[in-house]
Design a protein around this ligand. Structure first.
Ligand code: DC
Length: 226
């Protein structure tokens, strides 16, 4: 079947610069940008506010029917709403990162978020960033990029981002968090963060934000004809 929309899947580990690249590409091509990690983070936020432990899968699955989560399109990007309330920076804390990584291991949580992600891509040209976009969510994406960068390079970036947002932490804490999340996200049984067979591996360790975007555009332009 020929897809009516053009889909770019952007996967890779945390702090790999996926979201910055995805935003730049969305702007360049006029595509909708979808940050799928925000959905897992929002589930993490809900669960943590309920006082449920991040590894209590049974309790997390039990509260899923109470979670009303939506992804609405605003200014060319997906914005998450929880119970009708717009979600912002509150999901970017280290606690939410840990909760997101843990809840994302639960098959029921992944199934719960599947249609929200796919339905947007049916109606819009999208660039979607996450961990399993090329393998599970959009296996028919016309371009699949899997970003890689050393844990140190990623921790440096993430630390700078958190400092900018006024979130107190240290580089060492960010690096150790990142290594923990890498193992947790890629070692899980369901939808592990691994490249799709047809994904293009893209190492941006030594590249600036602009160079990363230029290189990605070169790859995408070979497939995307305006
Ligand atoms: O991209 P992020 O760091 O905001 O994602 C937070 C967590 O959510 C990440 O540790 C793993 C999980 N996640 C996932 O399992 N699948 C996705 N498509 C996106 C995120």
């Amino acid at each position: 079947m020929v897809s009516a929309t053009f889909k770019i899947a952007l996967d890779g580990p945390s702090g790999s610069g996926k979201s910055t690249l995805a935003k730049n590409l969305a702007k360049h091509y006029g595509f909708v940008y979808i940050d799928t990690g925000a959905l897992y983070r929002t589930i993490g936020l809900f669960v943590s506010e309920r006082g449920i432990a991040s590894d209590d899968a049974a309790a997390i699955v039990a509260v899923l029917p109470e979670i009303h989560i939506e992804m609405k399109l605003e200014n060319g990007g997906g914005v998450v709403y929880l119970g009708g309330k717009k979600i912002g920076e509150e999901i970017r804390t280290p606690l939410c990162s840990k909760y997101a990584s843990d809840v994302s291991k639960i098959p029921e949580v992944r199934a719960f978020l599947l249609e929200t992600q796919r339905s947007i891509a049916r109606e819009n040209n999208v660039i979607m960033d996450g961990r399993d976009i090329g393998t599970v969510i959009l296996p028919d994406a016309q371009v699949k990029l899997f970003i890689i960068a050393s844990p140190e390079a990623r921790a440096k970036r993430r630390y700078a981002e958190l400092c900018e947002k006024g979130i107190e932490t240290t580089y060492e804490a960010v690096l150790s968090d990142m290594k923990w999340r890498d193992a947790n996200d890629s070692g899980r049984e369901i939808a592990p963060a691994i490249p799709a067979e047809d994904a293009i591996h893209f190492d941006n360790s030594g590249l600036s934000i602009e160079e990363t975007a230029e290189k990605a555009i070169e790859i995408i332009d070979k497939v995307y004809k305006r």
